[in-house]
Design a binder for this molecule. Structure first.
Ligand SMILES: CC(C)(COP(=O)(O)OP(=O)(O)OC[C@H]1O[C@@H](n2cnc3c(N)ncnc32)[C@H](O)[C@@H]1OP(=O)(O)O)[C@@H](O)C(=O)NCCC(=O)NCCS
Length: 153
């Protein structure tokens, strides 16, 4: 993609850059949802895309499930608002899914809050489906549990 470096795994050193942009990119404070654990310990499962000048363009935190080894689980992903609508979010998912398939995964799961229409539309556009589960992340924290088979289109 023009102006972007190739997707790569996360490095521990990416945590600070992600922390700097995350609240603005999500439009609210993300707190410890953006945990250092995903960079220091799970970095090889995640995806980082930088602009040619090295500034972050998008990132995905995820893992291959230990409880369900055929499942690739997306914890969160975000794209620079200035770069949205160009396929970077889909590129993050495709790269994560491609690598997860190499680790034996056959399906991918991601959660979406019912009040985030952009996230819901993104997942539906990529062919994800799933139920709204009341209280999935605790009292009052309903989530759509999206899932689809790999590979992504
Ligand atoms: C969700 C997000 C990552 C999408 O990134 P993006 O780079 O704009 O997505 P893409 O350009 O790859 O879009 C992929 C598909 O999703 C659709 N899509 C993405 N955002 C959409 C929106 N807000 N409304 C409607 N459709 C949308 C695109 O139209 C495209 O569909 P197509 O393939 O049929 O053309 C981005 O909006 C974002 O960072 N949001 C804030 C963080 C967030 O909500 N993360 C997800 C939950 S953790």
């Amino acid at each position: 993609m023009d102006g972007l470096q190739a997707p790569r795994v996360l490095a521990a050193a990416d945590f600070d850059a992600a922390r700097t942009v995350a609240d603005e990119w999500f439009g609210h404070p993300v707190g410890l949802t953006l945990h250092r654990l995903f960079f220091d310990q799970l970095g090889p499962h995640g995806v980082w895309i930088a602009r040619d000048d090295g500034a972050p363009a998008g990132f995905l935190l995820g893992l291959v499930s230990l409880a369900e080894p055929d499942l690739a689980y997306v914890h969160l992903h975000a794209v620079d608002p200035a770069l949205r609508g160009q396929g970077i979010g889909a590129l993050l998912y495709r790269e994560f899914g491609r690598r997860a398939m190499g680790r034996g995964c056959t399906r991918m799961r991601a959660l979406a809050a019912p009040g985030r229409p952009g996230s819901i539309a993104f997942h539906r556009a990529l062919g994800f489906e799933g139920p709204l589960v009341a209280g999935h992340l605790g009292p009052g924290e309903d989530r759509i549990v999206f899932e689809r088979a790999l590979p992504l289109p």
